[in-house]
Design a binder for this molecule. Structure first.
Ligand code: PYC
Length: 317
């Protein structure tokens, strides 16, 4: 029986399952290179840790790997029910909370190498007992690639921006749906079909990258904006999505709606909030998002080689 220890947290309702100790060696190199090896040779780790019957489509995984960048203390690879992520904002907040819980991190700044670049996380001093795991993540640079792209769906035209925030996003405002927790099903259905519709047009990020996250925005009385974020495997993000908020901030800055340094409060469809802001550094837009994570569980995954579903049920989303 193989055993793999794990730690579960959630960030604004979105879970992160951290594997601190890799059960095999990925051979070193950059985190992007280690991700390529994980995907090609050990994808079972992803499916056994996240997919049913052990997990669910909602889980996001993170595993610690050695960083190549000497300025970084940790390397992290993020994954979900259908594949791998470039960066993950809620996941980074969860990883930092888990490492603090383990006693491996104290309040302060830690640099983390991800497959798409180095991010800088700040674990804030504990605010009494109220906010034990408040973390800011200075993300990789974000940018808008395309503005106000028309897409036909359900016999009408909606529009979206295509932006990078560590993953690729299609950001849509004129969808006509109500963005709240009572409308998860229609939001999921629409976002999934919207992804198919812009995919059929051949719309991509830079270098032909698949735009695999969809953000639908709406108003809210309790923040600057509320979003519904559909992830690549058809689960919706319970958090406001750190990389999605980063993509949104890049668009807001480009439109002149926010200024550098201004706080933007992004609410998730279930009501959790990230504070976001951007700085412009060497001509690049660098977002920082701040949120909180909570520890939920620690345990050991047990993998019996005789179990026909021991490495999880492969999901196409
Ligand atoms: O917080 O960046 C994020 C994220 C991406 C996918 C799920 N959460």
């Amino acid at each position: 029986m193989q055993t793999i220890p794990y730690l579960d947290s959630h960030t604004g309702g979105e879970p992160t399952r951290l594997i601190e100790q890799m059960p095999f060696d990925l051979g070193g190199g950059t985190v992007a290179e280690q991700l390529a090896r994980l995907r090609a040779e050990h994808d079972d780790l992803r499916t056994l840790a996240l997919n049913e019957p052990r997990g669910s489509n909602v889980l996001v995984g993170a595993c610690l790997v050695p960083p190549a960048d000497p300025s970084c203390r940790f390397g992290v690879i993020y994954f979900n029910n259908v594949g791998y992520l470039g960066m993950c904002g809620h996941g980074t907040i969860g990883v930092v909370a888990a490492l603090a819980y383990r006693g491996r991190l104290a309040p302060g700044v830690v640099r983390i190498e991800t497959p798409v670049g180095v991010v800088e996380a700040t674990l804030h001093p504990t605010d009494g007992a109220r906010h034990p795991n408040r973390v800011s993540v200075r993300n990789v640079p974000a940018y808008r690639h395309l503005k106000h792209v028309p897409v036909e769906i359900d016999g009408r035209i909606v529009h979206g921006d295509v932006a990078w925030g560590g993953n690729w996003f299609f950001l849509c405002h004129d969808h006509g749906l109500t963005v709240d927790a009572e409308h998860i099903e229609p939001l999921t259905d629409f976002a999934w079909r919207l992804r198919a519709a812009y995919g059929a047009l051949g719309l991509t990020g830079t270098d032909g990258a698949v735009i695999d996250h969809v953000e639908l925005f709406g108003p809210t009385p309790t923040a600057d904006s509320r979003s519904f974020v559909l992830c690549p495997g058809r689960a919706y993000d319970r958090s406001p999505c750190g990389t999605g908020t980063s993509a949104k901030l890049a668009c807001l800055l480009a439109d002149g709606t926010i200024a550098a340094g201004q706080t933007w409060r992004q609410e998730s469809v279930i009501g959790s909030i990230f504070d976001g802001r951007v700085e412009v550094s060497e001509g690049q837009v660098v977002p920082t998002i701040t949120g909180e994570a909570w520890m939920m569980a620690e345990g050991r995954l047990l993998v019996d080689a005789r179990d026909p579903f021991g490495v999880g049920i492969r999901s196409a989303g």
